[in-house]
Each structure stands twice: as structure tokens, then as C-alpha cells.
Design a protein around this ligand. Sequence first.
Ligand SMILES: [Zn+2]
Length: 336
Amino acid sequence: MNDKQLPLWAGQKEGRFFTRIEVTTMLNGALLTLPLHVVTGRNPGPTLGIITNVHGDEFLPTTAIRRLLSEIDTAKLKGRLAVISVANPLATAAFGRQTPEQHGRTDLHEVFPGNPRGNTTQMIAAAITGHVLNHVDALIDFHSGGSGGRLQARVDYDAKAEPKVKQRSLELARAFGMPFVHANDLTGTASAYVNSRGIPTANPEMGGAYLGPDNTALYTGQAIAGLRGIMVAMSMLKGAMKPPAQLHFDLKARREIRPRHSGYLVSRFERPDDLGKLVKKGIKLGEVIDLYSYQVLEELTAPFDGYLFFSRYSGVVGGGTQAFALAEAATSKWLD
Ligand SMILES: [Zn+2]
């Protein structure tokens, strides 16, 4: 990988530009390519990289960014946006989270910076690294709930980044304006690689797929507002940006509640405004029903007083699936 190569947008003047980055030849004879959208502003400024659909079934951010790119007035934009709209086309084509290939690691979110001589997932990562990650001044690695009906409203940043980069990443995360910011372990992600180059990043995890028209519109609006907030914080757009009060929590404060059994989860917290609620220890979050015997297989309860930051619609779940997640009230901190 040559990090001295010029980006594909080198010399591009104000306007919009779309191209496809070649990765490899697939067995059906077609080229595997990655879509790159570039919007260049009239005035100079930073380059903000955005990647979406790193997990193939997380398309809420992808469609939100389509709208954002069409709405941006390049005359008012300083710098540019460089967007990979579908980072893992093979996973997306399979309606799944990971690359459907036979060997090696298949979660694109774990293999950065990739390897042009590795498996297909690593080749995809290497192409994104060489063409985008090595040329940005900040990166948004945008995730959402996938086909499993998850509800989320938080922005993660890498807890392992070196302190200065971590602080700048936290500022980006806060500028997105979600109710939760989470110091997470992002080992192997695009963010961890970009952080290692001294560049700040933020990983929004918001909304989900198939949430119905009202919630999809709500989260789409929040995704666009969040990205605009980050662009204001980076002085790419004019405007005022004051993050709301946000709950900050680290990995120690995070507890996932996973069913031991597969079945139909009846969720008691399946609305966007359920996120952020303080749930007392012992409160029932949901129950898992056996579709065969109609028996209740288990009840899922809150292990401590905590703020609900991840929830799930009612629906089928596999044993061990992340169903709910709480940030422990005693060790999380409100930022204002
Ligand atoms: Zn994801």
C-alpha cells in the first residue's frame, strides 16, 4: 500500500464527482468496485471522509448521506467530503453483515488497514485505506442497526487512541449530537487505523433498517443534522453547534443483555424515545418465547440501574444475540 499516492480527487475544483475504485475480479466475471462520491467546496478546507455499509445490511446512513450530498451548497462548503457509500458491496449484495467468502476474516470492520494480497475482505479494506483513509483530515465510520431491528443513538470513539487524538475524536463524537458518547474498543476498524496516523474519527451507531416510515424519517433527519454538526465543528460549514447534554460511558460501564435461548423476543423497549431511559435494576426488558411450544423461555432483566442505549424491536433472535445494552448509572457521566 502506497500512502504517497495522490487521491482520486486531486486537483478537483468546486463540484460533484463520482467514480468507482477497482478492487478485484469476481467469479461471475465482473469487477468488484467501490463507489466514491466527492463533493468539493468553493473554498479550501479539510477533507472529511465518510464510509458507510462497512456492514452490508446497515443502509440507513447510506440513504441519509445521499440526501445530504444532494442538499449541500458547494458555494458555502469549505473543503470536501469523500464518501464511500457502500464499503462492502459483497456483504450488501448478500443482504448480510459480512463478506460471504470462504476463508479468513470476513468482517470488514476488523481488518483495517487491509492487505492487497489478503482475502477479498482485506483487499476491500486496502482499497479504502489507499484511496480514502490516507487522505482525510477526519473520518466518520457510520454504522446503524442492521436487519435485526436494532435501535441505537450513540457515537463511539476509540478508547485506545493516543490521548490527543482521543480528545479530538471525542469532540467530533459530541458534535454529532446524539444522547450517548461511548469510549469503545475499535481495534481493527478504519477508525483505529486513521487514529494511528494522528487523525480524529467518530463512529456513529444510530437508527436501523426496516424501522417503519416515521422512525426512518426521524433517524435520517438526525443523521444529516449530526453530519452537519461535525462539519460545523470542523469549520467546513457556517453555523452554531452546541452539543446537548450527553451521557459518556466506557467499556467498564457497558453491559449487554443477551438471551441464552433463541426464540421470539417480546421487547418492552422498542421506541426511539426509550433510548436514554434510566432503567432500574430488575426491571423486565423483554422475554423470549419459544415459537414451537409457546412457552416463555426466559425473561431479560436489567442487571443494575443503567441508561438504555441499545434496544431491539420485538422479533426473532438467536441465542447470544445482543438484545439490550445498558450504561451503568453509577459509573457513566453526564457531559454538558
Ligand atoms: Zn456496523
